[in-house]
Write a protein that binds this ligand. Structure first.
Ligand code: 6PG
Length: 238
């Protein structure tokens, strides 16, 4: 499977490049369509990217009032909980953006997962129509090959009725809400960030086309897929 990837000598170079690329996408979407719908990844990998977007000069290059920030997934915990993806994004990005700022569509992790997923799906379709098409979905990848909160061997992988779903995999401490694979693959662009040696094995398996891995099922229907890798995460690739 020929997957498009951009490799960088180190994480610093990767974050500098992907931050500039996100800003370029945002400016292009606002110019063309008057808005930029961006789904943010959870986990630790994207946090240095979010901090860069909130710093000058990049922060001033985006009209944040035209940006809609969505989430690829959320843990079902309250928004101030240490494991909340929203809390991480708020601290790394949202609290540092100029006012007025982006519209933030938080997944209500304080709700029970099914109710949170239904609420999120309702907002996605209200904002973007019955088949939501995001401009850019940022994702990470877990060492088990999960992405967003789409985990291996879970029926949620085949969700086609709703843009958002709830799942409670036994491998994670709390129930989850996630964009469905269908909605992720409907995006104009899907960018996966993988940094560090711990991701080398799973990146190699994805690039070898191991279809049992949710991250290997990221195949935008009519959009761009790019894997952003530092040398450590790419070290097992041919
Ligand atoms: C989450 C994330 C998840 C994450 C991977 C990688 O809520 O945990 O959305 O999909 O991207 O688990 O996490 P790290 O970036 O922390 O390695």
């Amino acid at each position: 499977m020929a997957l498009a990837c951009r490799r960088f000598e180190d994480a610093e170079a990767l974050y500098a490049a992907v931050a500039r690329a996100v800003v370029a996408r945002a400016r292009d979407a606002v110019r063309r369509r008057g808005r930029f719908d961006l789904a943010l990844a959870g986990g630790a990998t994207p946090l240095p990217l979010y901090r860069r977007l909130a710093e000058s000069p990049l922060r001033e290059r985006v009209d944040w009032t035209r940006v809609h920030l969505w989430f690829g997934d959320e843990r079902c915990v309250p928004p101030h909980h240490p494991r909340s993806n929203y809390r991480q994004v708020r601290e790394a990005l949202l609290d540092r953006l100029p006012r007025p700022s982006a519209r933030v569509h938080r997944i209500r992790g304080e709700y029970a997962a099914p109710a949170a997923a239904a609420d999120y799906a309702r907002r996605l379709t209200a904002e973007l129509g019955p088949a939501p098409r995001l401009d850019l979905v940022l994702l990470g990848v877990g060492e088990d090959g999960h992405t967003a909160s789409l985990f291996p061997d879970r029926p949620s992988l085949d969700e086609r009725a709703s843009p958002a779903l709830a799942d409670a995999p036994p491998t994670v401490p709390e129930p989850r809400v996630s964009l469905s694979l269908l909605t992720i693959n409907a995006a104009r662009a899907v960018w996966v960030l993988a940094v560090g040696a711990t991701k080398a094995e799973i990146v190699a398996r994805v690039f070898a086309g191991d279809a049992t891995l949710p991250a290997a099922r990221l195949v935008p229907v009519n959009g761009e897929l790019i894997w952003w890798l530092d040398a450590a995460a790419a070290s097992r690739l041919p």
